[in-house]
Structures are given as structure tokens and as C-alpha cells.
Design a protein around this ligand. Structure first.
Ligand SMILES: [Zn+2]
Length: 333
């Protein structure tokens, strides 16, 4: 039931360019606030005394569905607590109370910050998954429903744990812990993929440096390119590194937890089977996540899909392209 907020858990497997992701997220949040202000105001989502709206917006900006989460947040109450020697994030199933570390609090809103890094997103999702294990997963739900599939995945995982070497003790508790670690990491992977796309489109090849003229930049607009794609007639030479090109084939929902998931300070030492991961990813929390980076890109380019962060991402890419095009052809004076 406990997770200690891991420091520096963000490990990217691509060469990390030196850009200020937090500043870009801040910009997206500010731009998002402006868009929200102009559009129909959605009601703030409070859970207990904590405003969870910005966290839900963050997930929607990652193209995730928050319908189930909104319902879940109505069944629990959230509060912050200051860092202690003990774990500072915890879901207490007796009172349906979710504790989050104070470091996730936005002093301006009093709620959870919009600009969480992927490790912090993992922490919140981990605890919300515990709440969903407790309150939503159900063996008596209709077969095929997310609640039923979540329950089945946990049962399969408990049986996998039971068959493990030392793990036979408390298989259900360990299964729940593994599932929460897995969900936290799997959703964090979506956040990391989105960050990589943002950097590529707003700063590197897909966004700016390859665009050779303003007309081309305008034609491309805010269309989000995968790492292998570059604009037609692009400037030669500025190709994406191979590690980034590999991202185009990357599947989501395959996060490993064998070296992360702990119970009572000990590694559980079990890696959930791929089939179990698939069921969890698609059902627990009802997020309807993209199953690949390619699908994430398709969603980001779907004109029907609007959210403050997605709008900001498209705008950022367009601005970077225009700026690059202008610098490519010196203006004649
Ligand atoms: Zn836990």
C-alpha cells in the first residue's frame, strides 16, 4: 500500500536534449488556462479538500480518458501530507483516503500541480490504482467490462505470484502492489513519449530545423510528426538520431516493474505476464490509453480531439516551424 516518492526515477532511453520541459509545460498550462477561460467552464473536481482538476487536465492532455477517474475521485478523499521518514504517498482502504506528498501541491490552487514530472505522475497513478483495486475492480461486474477485466487481471497476477519462488505469502497483496507499480510506470511512459514528441516537434527536426520556407511551415501547421517523418522538401542533413527513430515503433503499456515493485521494503521480484499487463493497461482506471507511440501521434493529430495542452502543443510546433523558416531565409531589406 506504500510507495516512497522516488527521486530521479525519470530515465529516458533516448538521448535527452537540453530543453526545459518544465518551462514548456508551464507555458502549455498557461495557454491551457486561457483556452479554458474562453471555452465552456468545466466544474472543478474536488476530492476531499484537494482540487484534482489540473491532474485530470494533465491526463487529458496525454489523450487519456478521465471519466472513470472522475467517478473514483468522488468515492475517495485526497489530502496532502508533508514528507516524513515514512512513505508519504499512501492509499488507506479502510477510510478510502488517499495521501499524496506535499511536494505535488500547487501553492496557487491548493490542488495537485499540472506540471508533474513522469515520476510524480507515476506516484499519483500508483495510489489511484490501489483505490480502483479496492473500489472498482469486481468479479461480479458484467464479463468484459473494465471492472471485471481489472478484477481478472489481479486474480491472474495473484496466481502468478503464488507460483513464484518466495512470493507465495500474501499473493493478493503483492498482486495489488505489482499492478499499482505497473500502472504508475505505464502511464508515466505515455507522459515520457509525449515529452519526446513535444521536443521533437517544437525544437528539433519535426518542428523547426528542417523546415526550409514559411509556406512549407504553414502547410505543416501544428501537425505532430513522428520521429521518422520530416516535411516534404525538407532541408538535407538534419536527420533525427537513430534512437529517436526507434521511438516510432515503440509500444506503450510494456513497463517493467521487477526492479521497482516493493512490499514492506523488499523487492517482490515478479514481472507480470504480458497478457496481465495488457488487461491492466486497458481496463484499470478506464484511461483508454494509446497502445503505441504511433497511436498517440494519431490522437494528437485528430482534429476532433481538443484539450488545452494538445492545442498548446500544436501551437508550439507551428511557432517553432515559422521561426525556423524565417531564420532559414534571411529577410531582404
Ligand atoms: Zn502501493
Amino acid at each position: 500500500m506504500l510507495i516512497v516518492l522516488a527521486a530521479a526515477a525519470f530515465c529516458s532511453d533516448f538521448a535527452a536534449p537540453t530543453v526545459d520541459i518544465q518551462a514548456m509545460k508551464r507555458k502549455a498550462a498557461e495557454s491551457g488556462a486561457a483556452v479554458q477561460g474562453a471555452a465552456v467552464q468545466r466544474p472543478r473536481v474536488m476530492s476531499g479538500s484537494v482540487d484534482m482538476t489540473d491532474f485530470l487536465t494533465l491526463l487529458e492532455d496525454m489523450t487519456l480518458d478521465t471519466t472513470v477517474l472522475r467517478g473514483l475521485l468522488g468515492q475517495i478523499s485526497v489530502s496532502f501530507r508533508p514528507p516524513t521518514n515514512e512513505a508519504n504517498a499512501e492509499y488507506g482502504w479502510i477510510l478510502n483516503h488517499l495521501y499524496l506528498p506535499d511536494s505535488l501541491r500547487d501553492p496557487k490552487t491548493g490542488g495537485v500541480r499540472y506540471n508533474l514530472n513522469s515520476s510524480e505522475i507515476s506516484t499519483v497513478i500508483h495510489e489511484l490504482t490501489h483505490a480502483a483495486e479496492d473500489l472498482l475492480a469486481s468479479g461480479s461486474a458484467p464479463a468484459g467490462s473494465p471492472a471485471y477485466e481489472h478484477h481478472q487481471a489481479l486474480a491472474m497476477l495473484a496466481s502468478q505470484v503464488r507460483d513464484g519462488a518466495w512470493a507465495a505469502h500474501k499473493p493478493r497483496t503483492k498482486a495489488n502492489e505489482l499492478a499499482s507499480y505497473y500502472m504508475g510506470r505505464a502511464v508515466a511512459d505515455v507522459a515520457d513519449a509525449l515529452d519526446a514528441l513535444r521536443i521533437y516537434n517544437a525544437r528539433l527536426g519535426g518542428g523547426g530545423t528542417l523546415v526550409s520556407d514559411e509556406e512549407q511551415a504553414r502547410r505543416l501547421g501544428g501537425h505532430i510528426l513522428l520521429f521518422d517523418q520530416k516535411p516534404v522538401g525538407a532541408r538535407p542533413g538534419g536527420d533525427a538520431p537513430q534512437t529517436w527513430k526507434d521511438m516510432q515503433h515503440r509500444m506503450l503499456g510494456h513497463a517493467d516493474v521487477i526492479n521497482a515493485a516493493q512490499l514492506g521494503g523488499r523487492d517482490i521480484g515478479v514481472e507480470p505476464a504480458a497478457e496481465i499487463k495488457g488487461r491492466l493497461f486497458q481496463n484499470a482506471l478506464g484511461l483508454k490509453p494509446p497502445l503505441s507511440v504511433r497511436e498517440l501521434v494519431d490522437r494528437l493529430n485528430d482534429p476532433q480531439r481538443r484539450s488545452p495542452g494538445i492545442d498548446a502543443l500544436r501551437q508550439e510546433a507551428l511557432e517553432a516551424r515559422l521561426k525556423s523558416a524565417r531564420s532559414a531565409v534571411p529577410a531582404s531589406r
